[in-house]
Design a protein around this ligand. Sequence first.
Ligand code: ZN
Length: 171
Amino acid sequence: MKKDEARKWMRDLLLAAAALISAALLLGTYVRLQAAERMIGAQRSRIEELEARPLTVELVCEAAEESATADKPAWHDAGEFRIYHYCPCAYCCGKSDGITATGTLAAEGRTVAVDPDVIPLGSEVMINGVIYIAEDTGVTGKSIDLFVDSHAQAVAMGTYTTDVKWRESNG
Ligand SMILES: [Zn+2]
C-alpha cells in the first residue's frame, strides 16, 4: 500500500465516522424534541382545562347567589320598637303550656310576640342582627316580646328600644 492511499483511506474512514456521529446526534435531538413537544402539548391541554374550570365555578356561584336573593323578600324597615321579654309562665302568659298563638311550641332565640296589625304573623323579624319568627301575640303597636326560657331571665333582660326590620317568610 502506498503512503498516499493509506492517508486517503484514513481520511474517508474519519469522514464516515464523523457523518455517523452527526447523524446519531441529530437523531437523538430529534427524538428529544418530539418528546418535549408531546409534553408541551399535554401541559397545554391541562392548562386549557384548568383555565376553563374556575369560570364554571364562578358562574355556578353567581347563579346560587341570584336564586338566594330572588327567593327572599326585601326587609321592611319598621323603625324603633320597645323590646320586652317573656317566658312561658302563668304570670307572663296567663297559661304555662308554652304554646304560641300560631300553635308552635315557643323557643328561645326563635319566638317573638308581635302585634299582627304591625308585623304579620309568620314573618321573620330582625332585632340587633338576630332573626326571629313572629309566632306569638300579646303586645300592641310597636312593641315586641322576646321569648326566653325562664321568668328570672325575662326579668333580668328587662326592656329596651331598638330598630326592627321584618320580612315575609316564604316557608
Ligand atoms: Zn314569666
